[in-house]
Design a binder for this molecule. Sequence first.
Ligand code: ATP
Ligand code: MG
Length: 425
Amino acid sequence: MSINAPRGTVDILPEATAKWQFVEATIRELANRYHYKEVRTPIFEHTELFQRGVGDSTDIVQKEMYTFEDRGGRSITLRPEGTAATVRAYVQNKLYGDPIQPSKLYYFGPMFRYERPQQGRMRQFHQFGIEVLGSNDPAIDAEVIGLALSCYEALGLKSLKLVLNSLGDTESRKNYREALVEHFTPCKDGLCNDCQSRLEQNPLRILDCKTDRDHPAMKSAPSILDYLNEESRVYFEKVKKSLDVMGISYVVDPNLVRGLDYYNHTAFEIMSEAEGFGAITTLAGGGRYNGLAQDIGGPETPGIGFAMGLERLLQALEAENIELPIDNALDVFVVAMGERAELEAVRIVNDLRQSGIQADKDYQGRKVKGQFKAADRVHSKYVLVLGDDELDKQTINVKAMAEGTQQEIAMSELVPYLQQQLGGK
Ligand code: ATP
Ligand code: MG
């Protein structure tokens, strides 16, 4: 019986990895331009980190975590998201003591959530995310949003929508929470089971519910924006002004609350509006989380970040028919005719590679015609042909496939010749 990959996971094969690498390289370059540094945290953490850091009342902690006991009897969880681990690393390694502040960090990597697999929703998926720790400046909120958007724009995406909200500070949130409980309690029985328990645990999340989206009480619900205190309102205004000066447009949606418990002030999502993208349109989400570092045992530290799903990013590229400029063609393929040439081809391929030139040859014992076919299949830009005649003269035949021309080059000149040809493009 053959064994398949677990449900909700996929193999990313060479044709796709070329795209992944291009996307990752583009994003890394941007992260560097915005002056962010990479952190790599473990794939698994103590379960408690996510219970405390993501929040007990969230979908992630309640039903999506891959949690198991290890051989030492500890409760371990495969990371479902990157923020809690990044903040843990910041606290544990005392990055707050680094004179370079704020700490501007980014990460890439697989995340694990036990969800019902469907288009755009996997059990193992990948995120790029950033976290800024140690700044309370509304301008950094705008920078974070700007970096997320520029990742998509750099890859050519056009149909994007930025949705923005403020959840206010602790006081504003508390007042709003009370207003929501008052609003939804009379119609409690008409809400879905999840929302009935959210009403007690985390009423803000009711606004995020997919089941009760069309319930009449949703539309008449009070708006967070009416409950922001002066400080929160001023903060939100400053974030918007910073976005304005960068020429970034946004839509304010008071119902945008985001799933995680730890957000306050700025919350945002970036959606794809491309036709045919699919039902789940959120590409990235993020926000400010001023209480998180303290919740996991560190000093009080303001934080803001986002996470973007890379599978959904690739899906958006497809929906917008964007071809990434990926060069799949091989530079040089060496065709050998006869036994002597075969050994010499081993040396040449090796020499070319040592000189920085991408090169390959046949390893299937193909006849000459088959070798040419193989070169063609990998779209080789140059095909070198070597037989007894060339060996005697110490030359080699260089075919430039795009031009359809060929030239006999002295063996001693081969490397500089190809370097010049390939570099000159
Ligand atoms: P959703 O409402 O789609 O479940 P979420 O609020 O759970 O999203 P976040 O935790 O904010 O998502 O994760 C940020 C991004 O990571 C999402 O916008 C999405 O692009 C991606 N993402 C989240 N969960 C998955 C998943 N199961 N499969 C693929 N991508 C995912
Ligand atoms: Mg989710």
